[in-house]
Design a protein around this ligand. Structure first.
Ligand SMILES: Cc1cc2nc3c(=O)[nH]c(=O)nc-3n(C[C@H](O)[C@H](O)[C@H](O)COP(=O)(O)OP(=O)(O)OC[C@H]3O[C@@H](n4cnc5c(N)ncnc54)[C@H](O)[C@@H]3O)c2cc1C
Length: 414
């Protein structure tokens, strides 16, 4: 067993851990970034379909609407390191960004690898941060003298346990989504072992699976439709935009936007339905008038439907509406009901909702209120957001808040 001393241990080299390490670079503090994979930022590479939607350029008033469950908790860290700071920091590292539709910010190169590499080059350039690859944080113990003992398992050539002693530990192990990238909920175990509460977690921004899902819909995107989420018969959310059907179920902007509430309702055993309005901008009276004008007896209903639906959707739509006829068509076009039986799970979820309870964490510094020197940043917290670059900004801002606090407190001799 090897014994090492550092000022700061960052557990997890994902988006938040790398940002924290990059902000510590040149600080004079001796920092260990401990990553269980053989590379950092495996999830970051997948973000934005490989293009990395690294933040969203909207104002806080809009930004906050996309943060769950407590945007007020996130406000101080956002104010301390905002979307603008993200853009400026990457620009200072030579990575230019562009704002796209919906104020989504992407690297101009269109490569998420460039975002990771910019952070890595800042981290390794200063000389005060060591990256320990293939090292899994197994436990974080508090010693009687007040510092932390971090037990790490090397998964490289030979399995070996080592210990790092440090006065500060930053837990940046992510949540449970896309476990193949390394986020397997280890931070929750660490948090609990140090007396923290972890609120129930569910996959969010995840495909919703309809009952008797017609796989022939897979690959279809419906544009300019609206999707209403019904829970136990009552409408709880309506969104307008693009809905994509994949082999897993309902996805795309609309599917993802309603998924958080849908999954939570499913977990509570409630009846969940997704209702698609294929013509949200056209009142039913207008549709009726159009049908009366256009439809002549000789036309097959399925052929006529092609005027309202992509060919791929015609049969599934008819199957879902067995009593469909020309009289009820206008109403049915505005009310294609799919009962939801489940979701694609953490394996395919973009984010984990739930996590380390925010009540036990300082909103200014991300420090534990009960364990001095212990910090939680990124997805491990009970903080998540919609698609659009908001989740990475949460990772970056919470990382910056913790780094500011640790740097201000300075080194503590062991
Ligand atoms: C497919 C996909 C696309 C996405 N696209 C976007 C997007 O475009 N924009 C956006 O804002 N958000 C996006 N997200 C969400 C975003 O990736 C996350 O919010 C963000 O990565 C969270 O950062 P994190 O550092 O908290 O966790 P992670 O990035 O998950 O990093 C956690 C790290 O900790 C390591 N680790 C875990 N346990 C241990 C341990 N015991 N010891 C050592 N290391 C450990 C893991 O290996 C991992 O490297 C996407 C997510 C997915 C899955």
């Amino acid at each position: 067993m090897c014994y090492m001393e550092y000022d700061v241990v960052i557990a997890g080299g994902g988006a938040s851990g790398m940002m924290a390490a990059a902000l510590f670079a040149g600080s004079g503090l001796k920092v260990a970034l401990v990553e269980k994979n053989g590379q950092c930022g495996r999830k970051l590479l997948l973000t934005g379909k490989g293009r990395c939607n690294m933040t969203n350029a909207c104002q806080w008033e809009d930004f906050r609407e996309h943060v769950h469950p407590d945007p007020g908790f996130f406000r101080p860290s956002f104010m301390g390191f905002s979307n603008r700071d993200t853009v400026e920091m990457f620009a200072s590292m030579g990575l230019q960004t562009a704002v796209e539709r919906g104020k989504r910010v992407f690297p101009v190169s269109g490569r998420s690898a460039d975002v990771r590499d910019a952070l890595l080059s800042r981290i390794t350039g200063a000389g005060n941060v060591d990256i320990l690859y293939n090292c899994e944080v197994m436990s974080v113990l508090r010693s009687p003298s007040g510092h932390f003992v971090v037990e790490i398992l090397h998964s490289g050539d030979r399995m070996r346990m080592d210990e790092i002693v440090a006065p500060y530990v930053i837990v940046a192990t992510g949540g449970l989504s896309y476990p193949v990238t390394g986020s397997t909920g280890d931070g929750y175990r660490i948090a609990r072992s140090l007396g923290h509460t972890v609120t129930a977690t569910v996959p969010s921004l995840v495909a919703l699976v309809p009952v008797s899902y017609n796989l022939s819909l897979s690959g279809l995107t419906l544009r300019n439709v609206s999707l209403s989420l019904m829970v136990d018969g009552g409408e709880v959310q309506t969104e307008f935009g693009e809905l994509t059907f994949t082999s897993d179920g309902l996805e795309g902007a609309l599917g993802f936007r309603v998924s958080r509430r849908a999954v939570m309702a499913l977990e509570e055993g409630k009846k969940v339905e997704a209702v698609i309005d294929l013509k949200p901008a056209v009142p039913v009276t207008e549709l009726k008038a159009r049908v009366e004008r256009e439809f002549t007896p000789g036309i097959q209903l399925s052929r006529y439907l092609e005027r309202f639906l992509p060919l791929q959707a015609v049969k599934p739509f008819m199957d879902a509406n067995p009593s469909l006829n020309i009289q009820n068509l206008p109403v049915r076009l505005k009310c294609w009901k799919l009962q939801i039986k489940g979701h694609a799970g953490y394996r395919r979820a973009v984010i984990t909702a739930g996590g380390v309870s925010l009540r036990e964490i300082s909103r200014k510094t991300m420090e534990s209120k009960s364990v001095r020197g212990l910090y939680f940043i990124g997805e491990v917290l009970n903080l998540d957001a919609d698609t659009g670059g908001y989740n990475l900004q949460i990772a970056f801002s919470t990382a910056a808040a913790a780094v500011r606090a640790v740097a201000a407190a300075g080194p503590i001799s062991l």
